[in-house]
Ligand binder design. Structure first.
Ligand code: NAD
Length: 307
């Protein structure tokens, strides 16, 4: 099964590496020249829980010629439409395309490029970090939940689940993946934006009663909008999950802090709190906290001169 990783930064390299290691034919796609050159010249370097170096094919999407059997999308959320546009030539009638990006509403974007029977939607709690071009930091364990958004695609999706499990990716076929996607979005929507705005670790932010109250209100907005869209969400369970996650990740700066504050990059805010505010508006549901957080993050992007 010829597999492309469309967006081979931190997470793309993790999934590409694990699949490649189990003997699957994998091609990494990216546009970052230094990263591409480093991997072509010196192989992909793995550091963290284990050290390794593998020869793996990498190229720009425009250079890919062979048709794909399977594609995993791993760009940042705002980069997804450009990536889908650029991989059109390698998509055939039955190419399965899996989206594991953080955030909400990616299925709406994918439907503009792909038939529903080929769309796999999912969520992952694996992590990865890029140390430098060609070098990825892999620590800890994780899992993936995924679903074919059209029932007719389930059988082929199960073959992909098997292939990914053989590569140790710990994948479950989920008959209703949206609650898990929204639950992860609640984690991102309460930790990423707030710690980026407050310039602090997760533990520092979650320490005060005021912050805990903000977190609960954000979750309540997510749950109200999600439920109105038909997603089965349990607010109490999500609050519990978010607070437990905050304890486990207390020492960490979340990825939006790394993107915005440390690396001065645009954020995925429009697909997290911003998506809830936008959907809320369409449904006539007020989401003042999500709207304000989205506005403040965009304001910070502008203060830092990020384009
Ligand atoms: P990243 O920025 O490290 O990787 C994205 C890669 O996509 C970059 O290398 C970029 O050059 C490439 N890219 C973007 N647009 C492209 C285009 N049009 N053509 C070619 N290449 C293109 O991001 P990441 O940390 O790997 O995250 C990817 C997604 O996974 C995000 O939605 C993120 O929120 C989510 N996620 C990340 C982690 C993590 O630990 N890093 C964990 C869970 C989920």
């Amino acid at each position: 099964m010829l597999t492309y990783i469309a967006g081979s930064g931190a997470m793309g390299c993790r999934f590409g590496y694990q699949l490649h290691n189990k003997g699957n034919e994998v091609i990494l796609l990216d546009m970052w020249e230094d990263h591409i050159n480093a991997i072509k010249e010196n192989g992909l370097n793995i550091v963290g829980d284990k050290e390794d170096n593998v020869k793996i094919e990498i190229m720009k999407p425009s250079e890919a010629e062979r048709k794909a059997d399977f594609i995993i999308l791993f760009t940042k959320a705002m980069q997804l439409p450009t990536m889908l546009e650029s991989i059109k030539p390698i998509i055939k009638e039955d190419t399965k395309v899996l989206c594991l990006l953080n955030g909400l509403g990616h299925e709406d974007v994918m439907k503009q490029y792909l038939p529903e029977k080929n769309i796999l939607l999912g969520v992952t709690v694996w992590t990865a970090g890029l140390k430098k071009p060609g070098e990825v930091l892999l620590t800890g364990t994780g899992s993936v939940n995924l679903q074919s958004i059209d029932k007719s695609g389930k059988e082929e999706a199960l073959e992909i689940v098997d292939m990914m499990n053989e590569a140790g990716l710990n994948v479950t076929y989920d008959e209703d993946v949206l609650p898990s996607i929204w639950r992860k979005a609640c984690v991102n929507g309460t930790m990423n934006s707030t710690c980026a705005l407050q310039d602090c670790t997760i533990g520092e932010f979650f320490a005060s009663e005021e912050a805990k109250s903000v977190v609960k209100t954000i979750i309540s907005e997510f749950v109200t909008v999600g439920k109105a869209l038909g997603v089965k969400l349990n607010e109490e369970e999500i609050v519990d999950y978010v607070f437990k996650t905050s304890v486990a990740a207390a020492e960490h700066y979340p990825s939006m802090h790394q993107d915005l504050i440390q690396n001065h990059r645009l954020t995925e805010i429009d697909f997290i709190n911003g998506a809830v505010a936008r959907k809320g508006k369409e449904l006539g549901i007020d989401t003042p906290y999500c709207q304000m957080i989205t506005d403040l993050i965009h304001s910070k992007e502008q203060i830092l001169g990020i384009k």
